[in-house]
Design a protein. Structure first.
Lengths: 163, 151
């Protein structure tokens, strides 16, 4: 089930690593390298209404970021008009480890963002390369693992300016 | 006795799993005639239409008065009875035209709540069954769903 209220604060110009740790096994066997992940951030405290400002995902676009509609899989047919996840200036990489998803964020990633609140969300999806159901890049096998609010605040040292 | 208030949260269009741990059973839940049934209502009431159903096998339907039939919502493998717990898997969509997956509880306003209930029988019939759990599923809005990436 999703971990809600994963809130944190960033001062202007901060770089940091955002690490999500699975504590409840999520789907099937828990998080691990067989999972793909994507993370996004929008302005405000709600997921609705504004476009993605920052996004991160595992694997490359060809393997994961495409719309993978599979009409033959009636258990899991993705709407073939669903948007593709496309790179933008804020696109960064996410890494899935044995029990964590790690996203490294630096000043450049945040440069378009002003002070304020931003809603963020992490989605996980199991990717099976072996025989059997083809899960690869099917958005419909995904689930939200964590959500929260990132608050960006002014920094005294940034305003001097020191940083 | 049923475990009430087994409430949990998902996000719109998530695939999800639910595990019902049974702590007061006499012996193992697993037997030849063991049947379990899990359903989700179209809103937060047990009297509303079931929009998601799972069962581990066909159910002996009461004919008089007419009982609830085992409508083919989902594969029987998606409800799994183990000695001390019952697992249920819900994908986005299911086999038949009425869907029966998490898309069936995709709200128009957020958050929204849906009643769910799990029933178990050692005897493969509804008259000898018992409520395992009841609760509510809260469905929250998803950033990626709103951006039309997850559908």
């Amino acid at each position: 089930m999703p971990q809600l209220n994963q809130d944190f604060t960033r001062l202007e110009h901060d770089s940091f690593v955002l690490q999500f740790t699975a504590v409840d096994g999520t789907l099937n066997d828990g998080i691990g390298p067989e999972y793909a992940a994507w993370w996004g951030l929008v302005a405000g405290s709600s997921p609705a209404g504004t476009p993605l400002l920052l996004q991160a995902w595992t694997n490359d676009l060809a393997a994961f970021g495409i719309d993978a509609y599979d009409a033959s899989d009636t258990h899991c047919s993705v709407n073939n008009t669903a948007n593709e996840l496309v790179p933008n200036a804020g696109q960064i990489n996410a890494a899935v480890g044995a029990s964590t998803v790690t996203i490294q964020l630096n000043y450049t990633n945040f440069s378009p963002l002003n002070d304020g609140d931003y809603y963020h969300e992490l989605v996980l999806m199991k990717v099976l390369a072996s025989a059997g159901p083809i899960y690869t890049a099917q958005q419909c096998r995904s689930h939200v693992a964590a959500t929260g609010i990132l608050t960006i605040k002014e920094s005294s040292f940034t305003n001097k300016p020191y940083r | 006795m049923p475990a009430e208030n087994q409430n949990f949260t998902i996000h719109d269009l998530d695939e999800f799993q639910v595990r019902f741990n049974v702590t007061d059973a006499v012996g193992s839940l697993v037997s030849t005639n063991s049947r379990a049934w899990w359903g989700v209502s179209s809103d937060d009431s047990p009297t509303s239409t079931l929009v998601i159903q799972r069962s581990n096998a066909a159910w002996a339907v009461i004919t008089s008065p007419a009982g609830l039939s085992n409508v083919n919502f989902g594969d029987v493998s998606e409800l799994n009875i183990q000695p001390t717990f019952i697992d249920v898997l819900v994908k986005l969509r299911e086999i038949n035209s009425t869907e029966g997956g998490s898309i069936s509880i995709s709200p128009t306003t957020f958050p929204d709540t849906f009643y769910h209930e799990c029933i178990f029988s050692y005897a493969n019939n509804q008259t000898d069954s018992v409520g395992i759990a009841t609760g509510e599923i809260t469905v929250l809005q998803s950033l990626f769903t709103e951006s039309n990436y997850r559908k």
